[in-house]
Design a protein around this ligand. Structure first.
Ligand code: 13P
Ligand code: SF4
Length: 297
């Protein structure tokens, strides 16, 4: 049995399995910890195990490798990347900074290590507002997600200049999707991710990171929810709240890269402890400053 092999190999390798909330249910089941990007970064920083097996996409494993350079960080699925993270390069960011001297650079963790190394501070979908509020600069360059940048801009008087990146899963939702789902489920609370477009966010009852949604679904008196994020999230929500109903805002909201991990790839990653994620020290040392500034908030 694959799940038994995984348990045995985990003990033999002194490994822990970290899984993002969008991972397939079978992967979430064998994970030691599942969470949003912020929780996974925190876990990577404090974990004692020798091997961290990362079930998610490349920027998450890179963040873990930057925070824990002495541990072996292994991707559970080779080649799983976040397309949005690759919508800005370090060279493009250097040019953006040169065009806007004196501005602070806030970089969403969905970005490459090279881009983090060029940034002042990172943020996740859970703490963008607090991160921007912590800065003394009046102008902020926000990369790469235009939608998260615009969402954060609602809560500050600072001038936020956003890069034009986006997540194809969330940017695809339309106000019509929300209206259609609400007509089908008029009692449901609508929870969306801040990577959605502003016109979709305007129609939602709440805007949360993935783990923020998990908390809200537990605390809310509502019995039904429309979930505006990647469909994998519904597995966790249903498991945590057996008496409540969760409807995806759209069945099309699938992140192809998040689905590259399976029990078979987790097992192979534990067996070989490959592919190892290594960030060159020169880049890691600079990127770590931006990540640790965020974690200190
Ligand atoms: P969270 O940090 O909210 O889990 O989001 C990560 C992500 O990739 C959203 O698409
Ligand atoms: Fe990237 Fe979007 Fe997939 Fe999240 S859901 S990993 S932002 S492509």
């Amino acid at each position: 049995m694959l799940a038994d092999d995984i348990l045995r190999l985990k003990r033999e390798r002194n490994a822990v399995i970290l899984a993002h909330n969008y991972q397939p249910g079978e992967v979430q089941k064998v994970a030691d910890l599942r969470g949003d990007s912020l929780e996974l970064s925190r876990a990577a920083a404090r974990e004692e195990a020798e091997v961290l097996v990362f079930c998610g996409v490349d920027f998450m494993a890179e963040t873990a490798a930057i925070l824990s350079p002495d541990k072996r960080v292994v991707m559970a699925a080779a080649g799983a990347g976040c397309p949005m993270a690759h919508m800005i390069t370090a060279q493009q960011l250097r040019e953006f900074k040169a065009q806007n001297p004196g501005a602070a650079v806030v970089c969403y963790v969905n970005s490459s290590a090279e881009v983090k190394a060029e940034s002042d501070i990172c943020c996740t979908s859970a703490n963008g507002v607090e991160v921007v509020a912590s800065l003394s600069e009046e102008t902020v360059l926000f990369v790469p997600d235009r939608n998260l940048g615009r969402y954060v801009a609602r809560f500050t008087d600072k001038r936020i200049i956003t890069w034009d990146g986006y997540c194809y899963v969330h940017d695809r939702y339309t106000p019509e999707d929300v209206r259609r789902a609400c007509a089908l489920h008029p009692e449901a609370e609508v929870l969306v991710h801040p990577e959605c477009r502003p016109e979709v966010i305007d129609l939602a009852d709440g805007v949360y990171s993935t783990s923020g949604m998990a908390r809200r679904a537990k605390e809310s008196p509502a019995r039904e929810f429309i979930i505006g994020t990647e469909v994998g999230m519904n597995y966790r929500l249903k498991e945590d709240n057996p008496g409540k109903e969760f409807y995806p805002l759209s069945e099309r909201a699938v992140c192809v890269d998040m689905k590259k991990t399976s029990l078979a790839t987790v097992r192979a990653a534990l067996e070989t402890t490959e592919p190892r994620v290594v960030v060159p020290q020169r880049i890691a040392d600079r990127a770590r400053v931006a990540i640790e500034r965020m974690l200190a908030i």
